[in-house]
Each structure stands twice: as structure tokens, then as C-alpha cells.
Design a protein around this ligand. Structure first.
Ligand code: BG6
Length: 489
């Protein structure tokens, strides 16, 4: 169980809070990880929101937790942790003083200020906390990705919040790092000699990192249409996964060592400008399609707008210019309304250098390591083997299959639960350093700029497909193809 702490969620009635944070805290409580003196203050903007807060939260929990997780007795206990409070970020008034009075009952207790609000008001919110005297030595600030809109705005936000909080007390979240399976990626690489010896351009042909989603806008049109898939997913989640796949071994598993290694990878990403961008990237936008016979609208219809060139899909070919990864393409792909929900990393090994069997033994498939992060947590390795039922020498691929859901039956991943508790306990290793944010934007910004300059519309793809044809062509140019879950190559 963690030591008791106070968490103040700014934006307490917003989407992030109700969909992710309150369910994460409920899970922590259910799993005996919230000490009874822990308090959850959720900022509301009207008396009406306060009055209905418990009902709203209970509804959100029922919607966003698995059916067996929610039960009324637990809820009755959990709700005593919840304290909706009136707070307007635009004015420091008596409500802020009231919060201070309540929190000052214990000035040594850890305080987590979670900004589930638009970045434009981060500065004002921190200023209020400072002005009213709420920031103590044990206070931590949690902010969400994407931090900013580009390198300049991210820098402005980081500079602003650094006026109020020491860097060690700023926790920049990328919830992918909180996924247990993502942490397992590091464990896999750095605790097994068999992988690390082969983890380089000598043995690896290419890497694919793909996060496909079946959801569409989910009521986030305002944010998403400004951001697009590049800012929403590639700048953070995909580049973080790329870093974990490509980085050198950290000296220790602590924030400083891990962040330093990740930054080296981001710095080694080959910059793309002008024509390179057209050559190595594909943008897409979904049009109406169907899932299992059920029709879904296209992006523009969901947006209720006649035109938007925002991309809901990105595929790209990236290179990491360092000794380990020279000439190994990293293909990244993400999209909304794709055929299946899946996040996975494919390590495609090279062909054997010399074939010892006759052609009659059949074709050889090079080894492939599949690390699936969701929906199931699976590691698969394909190896060539002899068909044992055939007297003749016939070769065929066989799969070594490690399914973590079988091994860890009680496992239920909740990245936000883990990250909130980590922030409360000052475990910083799964958070992002300011320089990572800056370096990632530094690579992404010129790509977005080149798209803007080119002024071309995204390619269209049908909802329920694997993205536009041009995404397949990107790999076909190199004689490769996407590994689509459940379909093989
Ligand atoms: C968020 C993005 O960071 O990650 C969303 O803003 C996306 O657009 C979500 O849907 C995906 O997260 P997960 O954990 O469901 O894969």
C-alpha cells in the first residue's frame, strides 16, 4: 500500500478524469493500494457539477471498468475518498483558500497536482497554486502528452511550469510507458542474453511498430482535429516505443539512465525534410466503412465538417543513424478506425546467410519476433523446423508462443493507476524528461511542416481497413509488407 497522499485533479469532470483517472484510482483502491487517508480532490466548475459528481463518477466507473470490477459495496467505500471542489482557474478566490485550508491539515503529506486541462492554462493553474501557497516541498505536478503543439510551444510550457516546480517534481506522462507490457519490453531485452546479442543491423532486417485503433473521434473532435495522428500518437507513444526497442542498455533502471539512452536514440533519428517526407511518409484519413457488417461514418461526417485535411493515419519509414541500427528501416504506423485494435512490435530477422537444404525442402522464412502489447500480451518467435509428419525433409515455420495472460491470470493492465501511484511515491523512471519532449518535436516538426508546404490532402482509407493502399506501397517499395495481426504477412 502507498503512503497516504492528496491528489488534486484539475479538470475533474473532463474526459480524461472520468475515463481514465477515476477508474485508475478506483482500481488502486480495489487492489488495496490506496491508504485510507488518501484524498482525491476533483475540480468542478459549478455547484451543479459538484452535486452530481458522485453520480457522474459512479456512471463513469460502470462504463469504463470491466463488469466484474465494479461493485456497489466497494463503490460505497471508494466514494468516501472523492471530494469534488469548486475551482475556477481564471480567478484565485475563496474556493482556492478553502482548498488550502483543507490540504494544510497536513503540510508534510505528498500532494499530486494532476493537470487534466488544456496546456494553454497550465501556467495560470501553477501560478494560482503558488500564489495561494499550495506548493510544498512534497508537491508534484503531473502533465499529459502531447506536451505542446510543436517544439516551440512545448518549450514555452516547460519553461512556464519550471517557474513553479523543480524539474524532479514534474512528471510528464506518456501512458504507454505505464503499460506493464511496455516495461516488459525492457525486461525482455536487458535480462536475456539471447535477444541482445542479435539486436542490431547484423541480424535484424527491419522493425515494425504499429498501433492500430478501431475507435474514431470519441467526442474529442476539438482536440483531435487540431492535432492529428502525428501529434497525438507518433510524437509520443510511437517514438517512445521506438526508443525502448532501439536504445542501448541503461547502466541502471532509473530515470536518469533510461532517459539519457532514449534521448540518444531520438537524436540519432535521421531528419526528414522536403522531398524525404513525401518519400518516407504516408498520411491517411478514414472514410465511411464497416465493422462486422455495422456501418460507421467517415472522419468528416464525425467531425461534421465539409473539409479537414487532418490525418487520422500515419505510416512512415525512419532510420536511426548510429552504429547499431545503420540502414535498418523502422516502419511506424498508427491509425484510427483500422481493422483491429492492436499495438505490436515486429522484429524481423534476416535470412540465413547460406542455405544447406535443397530447394525441394521448401522455402525458408526468416525468424520473426512479435511482441504484442495489446489487446493480448503475447511474445511469439517464429523459427524454421522440420515437418515431423513427413518422412521427406520438408521445412516449415513453427511458432514459440508465450502468452502472458495464461501465465499471469490476475494481470489487468492499467497504465494510469501505475503512473499515478508512481508519481505519489516519487518513482520517476517511467516519466519523460523535458529534453525527450523537445527532441521528439524536433524530429516531428519538419515532417508536419513539409506536409503543410506540400498542401496535399491525406490519402483516404475505408474505416475497418488497414489504412490507405499507399501505406502498403511504402513497404512494398522495399520488398516488404506490414505484419497485420491475425493475417500473417
Ligand atoms: C491517447 C491518444 O494518448 O492514446 C488517443 O490521445 C488514443 O487518441 C489513446 O486513442 C490510445 O491509448 P490506448 O492505451 O488505448 O492504446
Amino acid at each position: 500500500m502507498t503512503n497516504p497522499f492528496d491528489i488534486v485533479i484539475f479538470g475533474g469532470t473532463g474526459d480524461l478524469s472520468l475515463r481514465k483517472l477515476i477508474p485508475a484510482l478506483y482500481r488502486a483502491f480495489r487492489e488495496d493500494q490506496l491508504a485510507p487517508e488518501t484524498r482525491i480532490f476533483a475540480s468542478c466548475r459549478s455547484q451543479k457539477d459538484i452535486d452530481s459528481y458522485l453520480d457522474t463518477s459512479s456512471l463513469a466507473l460502470q462504463q469504463h471498468l470491466a463488469a466484474e470490477e465494479f461493485n456497489i459495496e466497494l463503490w460505497e467505500q471508494f466514494k468516501t475518498y472523492l471530494h469534488p471542489i469548486m475551482l475556477d482557474i481564471a480567478i484565485v478566490d475563496e474556493h482556492w483558500s478553502a482548498l488550502k485550508k483543507v490540504m494544510d491539515s497536513d503540510t508534510d503529506k505528498v500532494r499530486v497536482f494532476y493537470l487534466a486541462i488544456p496546456p494553454a492554462i497550465f501556467g495560470q493553474c501553477c501560478n494560482n497554486l503558488d500564489e495561494i501557497g499550495l506548493i510544498t516541498a512534497n508537491s508534484r505536478l503531473v502533465v499529459e502528452k502531447p506536451l505542446g503543439y510543436d517544439a516551440a510551444s512545448a518549450d514555452a510550457i516547460n519553461t512556464e511550469i519550471a517557474r513553479y516546480f523543480e524539474d524532479d517534481n514534474i512528471y510528464r506522462i506518456d501512458h504507454y510507458l505505464g503499460k506493464e507490457t511496455v516495461q516488459n519490453l525492457m525486461a525482455l531485452r536487458f535480462t536475456n542474453v539471447i535477444f541482445e546479442q542479435l539486436w542490431n543491423s547484423k541480424s535484424i532486417d527491419h522493425v515494425q511498430i504499429s498501433i492500430s485503433e478501431t475507435v474514431g473521434l470519441e467526442g474529442r473532435a476539438g482536440f483531435y482535429n487540431d492535432a492529428g495522428a502525428m501529434r497525438d500518437m507518433v510524437q509520443n507513444h510511437l517514438l517512445q516505443l521506438l526508443c525502448l526497442v532501439a536504445m542501448e542498455s541503461p547502466n541502471k533502471v532509473n530515470a536518469k539512465s533510461i532517459q539519457a539512452e532514449k534521448i540518444k536514440v531520438l537524436e540519432a533519428l535521421r531528419p526528414m525534410r522536403g522531398e524525404d517526407v513525401a518519400k518516407h511518409t504516408v498520411r491517411g484519413q478514414y472514410v465511411a466503412g464497416s465493422y462486422f457488417g455495422e456501418l460507421v461514418s467517415g472522419y468528416l461526417e464525425e467531425l461534421d465538417s465539409a473539409n479537414s485535411t487532418t490525418e487520422t493515419f500515419v505510416a512512415l519509414r525512419a532510420y536511426i543513424d548510429n552504429w547499431r541500427w545503420a540502414r535498418v528501416p523502422f516502419y511506424l504506423r498508427t491509425g484510427k478506425r483500422m481493422k483491429a485494435r492492436c499495438a505490436e512490435i515486429i522484429i524481423q530477422f534476416k535470412d540465413v546467410p547460406h542455405r544447406v537444404y535443397d530447394d525441394s525442402a521448401g522455402p525458408l522464412a526468416p525468424n520473426r519476433l512479435v511482441i504484442r502489447l495489446q489487446p493480448e500480451e503475447i511474445i511469439q518467435m517464429t523459427v524454421m523446423s522440420k515437418n515431423l509428419e513427413n518422412m521427406d525433409m520438408q521445412l516449415q515455420p513453427a511458432t514459440l508462443n508465450l502468452n502472458f495472460s495464461d501465465t499471469y491470470k490476475k494481470f489487468r493492465s492499467d497504465a494510469y493507476k501505475r503512473l499515478i501511484l508512481d508519481a505519489a511515491m516519487a518513482n520517476t523512471s517511467l516519466f519523460i524528461h523535458r529534453d525527450e519532449v523537445a527532441t521528439a518535436w524536433g524530429w516531428v516538426d519538419p515532417i508536419i511542416e513539409a506536409w503543410k508546404q506540400a498542401g496535399t490532402a491525406p490519402y483516404l482509407y475505408r474505416a475497418g481497413s488497414w489504412g490507405p493502399n499507399e501505406s502498403d506501397e511504402l513497404l512494398a517499395e522495399d520488398g516488404r509488407s506490414w505484419f497485420n495481426t491475425g493475417e500473417g504477412e
